[in-house]
Unconditional design. Structure first.
Lengths: 260, 324
């Protein structure tokens, strides 16, 4: 109970930070918009979708997921910045839940992810993307994408504690995140890749969420009959939960170790 | 042992970082309702001791109790009872002063309304009302330290830890902080403060300990510490610098001790045992020799001198300048 209320208070603190630093809000919205436009139009002109269909419509669920992945950089540097601040000593000397600083970050970043998702969906609709199978499945797809973001938040929190320097952590995150998107079904269907590469891409946690979202949105690009492709929905739930199960306890341990 | 008269108790605390020993059998007993000063040079282990006692740092051996609770096994109870104001202002630099105080009030289980009211009271008391809605990051050093102290008092703690609270503060802010500390003690709070400024400990603390290399090398009232280095001192200032050698010779003969001569201040300084007799002899002899004395006094040694003596002179002169 206390963990919840303290986490809530800390989430409020993090959101007030954004309000007091409005330049951050521009970043909130500009990255998703840029991703939709750049990838939609630059890549969109020269790519094909297995089984036919509009590439931009194929791409958008991938861009949604990619934006969620990149969010972990912001999470990591926010946590790294906090860990280096004197105020963490005060938090740690208060009779508050140990988890609150971290869960408050996770909560605030989920709110941020909702704003980003809204921006992405609006941009997507403007460039011709749409959901075709009704609102219920579409919302389920959005929920799966946000679930992945929650997992990415905990991975980001763990990074932020392992590399407690906001500048360094931003540099570390990109080279890890970029290959992860390239080696997935975000831009290219795995069956268009060499076999071994396609297998890697199919098992990529991002691919599960993207494939499940494409299915639920009714977008083109449903691909392959590999085991992970046929069980995309299950994997889109299982992967993020597994990541959270590993990253969250490790992050809490890392936070405790700040005091050694 | 959890008697109500000892607010902070440390018993043989050891803390190692790799090969460095930060605390090497650190002992401390702070009577409830008093101000206790922990003195020591940089790196002596003052901050480590505070971090151990405020549950921020685990320790390797020994026992610590704060406000009657065991630091190692009941850290949450300890946290309920204490506040910490560190060397580096521990406030959220992005939030405004008011938002900081409300947040810390809420985290201490005040209702939203009570937290807001308490924030107003504290902003007013610490002269921060005008700056209340600005980011704390934009505050001056003194304002930030005041906000930091205010944040520690949102719910009045039973034991307040102040880690070098006035380092880098101008004299006016320092005096303000000192009077705030004294008010707190009047209300029954126990205060443990660390400082490099001997003057601060002399001024505020009922008892002090001196730590060096992670252990206590002396403990007692400031008066007793000063007494430990022995004799009172005779200080004599001559009007004409040319008379300094004569004066030094006279003082040396009368006290039978080594004399320190400060040419710039035209001052002769020596330890003295039989105060009045020596004083009379010196003044009479100097008068006969025709040396004009501008000023003379017999005083107890300063805490600086006690400190130097106790830590084997490792307390360097540069820091003393800052302190004076």
């Amino acid at each position: 109970m206390r963990a919840l209320t303290d986490g809530w208070l800390m989430a409020g603190r993090n959101m007030r930070h954004v309000v007091r630093a409005p330049e951050e809000i521009i970043i909130y919205f500009s990255l998703p918009i840029m991703f939709v436009l750049v990838f939609g139009y630059v890549f969109g002109s020269g790519m094909s979708v297995p089984g036919g269909g509009n590439y931009r419509e194929f791409l958008l669920p991938g861009v949604f997921v990619m934006t969620m992945l990149y969010g972990l950089g912001a999470t990591a540097s926010a946590i790294a910045a906090d860990a280096g601040r004197g105020v963490v000593d005060r938090f740690r000397s208060l009779p508050m839940a140990r988890s609150a600083l971290l869960s408050g970050r996770a909560g605030a970043d989920l709110v941020r992810a909702c704003l980003e998702m809204t921006t992405l969906v609006v941009c997507g609709l403007l460039v011709g993307w749409q959901w075709r199978d009704g609102v219920g499945p579409a919302l389920t797809a959005v929920a799966l994408i946000l679930l992945l973001r929650v997992a990415m938040t905990w991975v980001g929190i763990l990074f932020g504690l392992l590399v407690p320097n906001p500048d360094t952590v931003a540099v570390v995150v990109f080279p890890l995140a970029f290959p992860l998107t390239a080696l997935s079904n975000v831009f290219v269907a795995p069956e268009l890749m060499p076999d071994w590469l396609g297998a890697v891409a199919a098992w990529n946690p991002l691919s599960a969420t993207v494939a499940a979202a494409r299915d639920l949105f009714g977008n083109p690009g449903l691909s392959g009959d590999s085991w992970p492709a046929r069980h995309a929905l299950e994997l889109a739930v299982a992967w993020p939960l597994a990541l959270i199960a590993v990253a969250a306890p490790a992050a809490v341990r890392g936070y405790r170790r700040l005091g050694r | 042992m959890s008697d109500d008269t000892t607010a902070v108790l440390a018993d043989g605390i050891r803390k190692r970082y790799g090969r460095t020993t930060a605390l090497d059998g650190f002992d401390l007993a702070v009577p409830a309702g008093t101000v206790y000063g922990v003195l020591g040079p940089n790196g002596a282990g003052k901050t480590t001791a505070v971090r151990v006692l405020t549950t921020l740092l685990r320790f390797d051996a020994g026992r610590a109790r704060v406000a009657g609770y065991d630091v190692a096994s009941e850290p949450d109870r300890v946290r309920e009872a204490i506040s910490l104001t560190g060397q580096y202002a521990a406030v959220d630099e992005v939030l405004s002063g008011r938002q900081n105080l409300v947040l810390f009030g809420r985290l201490r289980r005040l209702s939203a309304r009570r937290a807001r009211d308490r924030a107003e009271e504290l902003l007013d008391r610490f002269g921060l009302t005008e700056a209340a809605d600005r980011s704390a990051g934009g505050y001056s050093g003194g304002m930030r330290r005041r906000l930091d102290l205010a944040a520690s008092l949102v719910v009045p703690p039973r034991v307040l830890f102040l880690d070098e609270p006035t380092t880098g503060l101008d004299p006016r802010s320092r005096n303000g902080l000192w009077s705030a500390v004294r008010e707190l003690v009047d209300d029954g709070t126990t205060v443990l403060l660390t400082t490099q400024y001997l003057q601060e400990a002399d001024h505020l603390a009922d008892r002090v300990c001196v730590i060096d290399s992670g252990r206590v090398v002396a403990e007692g009232t400031p008066e007793r510490l000063k007494a430990r280095i022995g004799a009172d001192r005779l200080e004599l200032v001559v009007r004409d610098a040319a008379d300094l050698p004569t004066a030094a010779a006279v003082v040396e003969r009368a006290t039978g001790a080594a004399v320190t001569v400060d040419a710039e201040l035209r001052r002769v300084d020596a330890p003295v045992a039989d105060r009045i007799a020596v004083l009379m002899t010196v003044l009479r002899t100097l008068e006969d020799a025709g040396v004009a004395v501008e000023d003379v006094l017999v005083r107890r040694p300063t805490l600086d001198e006690a400190f130097l003596h106790l830590t084997g002179g490792r307390f360097d002169a540069q820091r003393m300048e800052v302190a004076s």
